[in-house]
Design a protein around this ligand. Structure first.
Ligand code: NAI
Ligand code: A1CAB
Length: 269
């Protein structure tokens, strides 16, 4: 395990990481957090027993700095932070869109930067954290990053050129499944089921399908075909999904998410 880790901008993702670090056995004394609002800092102190500091103190006291503010807040954070970060620190950015080069331009020459795109299943130790090295990050820095993210799910290394696509597929990915579950639950209402009953059915179908996808090793087409009986119910539904262009909508949606990630490259608005 690394020495001291600081999470800067401890919102949803930052808090989930703090909780994961502690569950993985890191002593609270080795975890520092920063928050913009004092009430939020107090909440984190009480909930996790970690020390809350300001951003400059975090830079001085921790070996690894994990930046989990929104891309739009990254510019302000770096202005405040950069003068205090020495080049022996590892800087990990969890922000969508912002490339490692953007950080390298603002930090002391040679500072190692790693970019990570995780997702909200980090809350239940089922995240996918997609990791890319900046130009000064070594194998040891990547291993240190994996040590932090492995307790909260899986990790995958990709070239940074694939990070915007990873953000569209994996970072935003859970939202598409939630959207689908929401729409399918509404369909249950349309068919006359009580909402709670519809929700229970759909959530269990989603869990069952997810476990089959992950554990069977089968291609999704095979799994779908096994549900689709000749002249049966499933094919009647599939025809409607195809008629309404759901597959094409998915391609366009993920392309839009990828494009938005690219727009965020400059800590974008
Ligand atoms: N929500 C998601 O599903 C995912 C988000 N991300 C990325 O993670 C980052 C955080 O996202 P969320 O946790 O959803 O946002 P959030 O809004 O819950 O958390 C960001 C936190 O940073 C704090 N903050 C902003 N500027 C600060 C500063 N200068 N000093 C200290 N604290 C500051 C805010 O007060 C807030 O609590 C974003 O960059 C986002 O692109 C990545 C993967 C998934
Ligand atoms: O919507 C967003 O910008 C963030 C990044 C990936 C998931 N949520």
């Amino acid at each position: 395990m690394t020495q001291r880790v600081a999470v800067l901008g401890t919102g949803k993702i930052g808090e989930a990481l703090v909780s994961g670090l502690l569950r993985a056995g890191k002593p609270p004394a080795e975890v520092l957090v920063t928050a913009r609002r004092p009430e939020r800092a107090a909440e984190l102190r009480e909930r996790y027993g970690v020390e809350t500091v300001d951003n400059a103190e975090a830079a001085k006291a921790a070996d690894t700095l994990i930046l989990t503010v929104k891309p739009q807040d990254m510019g302000t954070l770096l202005e405040e932070l950069a003068p205090h970060v020495s080049a022996d620190r590892l800087v990990i950015s969890g922000a969508a869109g912002v490339p490692t080069a953007w950080f390298e331009e603002r930090l002391a020459p040679g500072t190692p930067v790693v970019r990570v795109m995780t997702n909200t299943p980090v809350l239940v130790d089922e995240a996918m954290s997609v990791i890319s090295a900046g130009s000064h990050a070594t194998e040891a820095h990547l291993l240190r990053t994996e040590e932090i993210f492995k307790p909260v799910g899986r990790t995958l290394r990709v070239p940074e050129s694939q990070q915007d696509a990873a953000t569209a597929l994996s970072g935003s990915g859970p939202a598409y499944f939630f959207f689908l579950v929401e729409a399918m639950t509404d369909a249950g209402i349309l068919l006359g089921l009580p909402r709670a009953v519809a929700a229970e059915m759909i959530v269990q179908a989603a869990v069952g399908a997810s476990v089959m996808l992950r554990d069977s090793g089968e291609h999704p087409v095979k799994l779908r075909e096994a549900v689709t009986s000749p002249a049966g119910t499933t094919i009647a539904a599939i025809r409607e999904l195809e008629n309404h262009g759901v597959r094409a909508a998915m391609l366009s949606a993920l392309e839009a998410a990828r494009n938005r990630s690219q727009e965020l490259a400059s800590g974008g608005k």
